[in-house]
Write a protein that binds this ligand. Sequence first.
Ligand SMILES: [Zn+2]
Length: 387
Amino acid sequence: MKSKATGDLALVKKMNSYIVFHCIRKHSPVSRAQISELTGLNKATVSSLVNELLENNLVIEIGPGESSGGRKPVLLLFNERAGYAIGVDLGVNYIRSVLVDLNGNIIEERYEKLKQKQRELAFDTLTANIDALIKQVPDSTYGIVGIGVGAPGIVDQDGNILFAPNMKWREVPLQSMLSERYQLPVIIDNEANAGAQGEQKYGAGQGIRNLVYLSVGYGIGSGMILDKELYKGTSGFSGELGHLSISFDGKECSCGNLGCWELYASEKALLEEASHLGYEGLDELIAAAQLGNEDVLKLFDHIGRFLGIGIANIINTLNPDCVMIGNRMSSAEQWIMPAIQQTVQQRALSFHSEALKILFAELKEHSAVRGAAHYAIDRFYEQFKAI
Ligand SMILES: [Zn+2]
């Protein structure tokens, strides 16, 4: 049995190793002397920990950097190609998937319309896309480190999709289905949480303390970053803002309630209203708006007003720094934004909206898929953290 002292030393070493690893990831390229300065660890400790990271191929050395006199230092670079992760945005009517390096940069991407929503058929399409990405993984030390999936519904902490009303799915154990098949770590989360993560790590949400990310696609979901952390609620189910009741006795929703916000402000709502004009998809409507079609501009204005009504409720409840509109509707920014701003101004309490920013997702349709991949990368890094 290990003595306590040995155990403590091992723990300290693991913690220091993670600190050095994190420092190289953040400040790369960086010299050993700089790491010592940045972390406060002595040079001998840094040197020995760096050697281990070099052996594990998580760090590589590159040519000498600037010298302040004397021998030029060798610089260390985080080896973002030591492994790869797969991210999937499982939409209600599409599957987008990416292969990313350990810094989350997209190496390969696939997109397929999801015509059949039945779970077996959708699962076949999902795995066909993952299989195709796996075939394209370059040679590396760690290969695929994990798979992250953003799913359109209520996901529990074990990665079961409990309820996805727009897919008509109940109790789908997606995490265990995928981890059994691929023998890899698999993380499943709600697609709006994944989108919030994607924007926080790589997009317009970087550095924002309190952020409500709205995934406005076929339905509406939300991911909340409160105090820089993803807020998931007691059971992981927070953020079903699409099912806020905004119309007493209103339209019937697939969740069983009446008058839910997403029935008036989502892509589905827009397409319903557009059908009598003969338009079938959001892309067609955007093309018509670009040509200045008055009827279509009115439709976008209408959706913007309804988005503004829900956003005013969010602002009054949470007083966030920022509400960000993401997913497919973000591509209609210029036609929905004036109505959103006007409605928010009319309806939100002025104290709450004073410092508020309404932004659109910077990663556009990639917020969720990159956030999903980030879950897998983060899980890989966990093993270098002290317990
Ligand atoms: Zn509903």
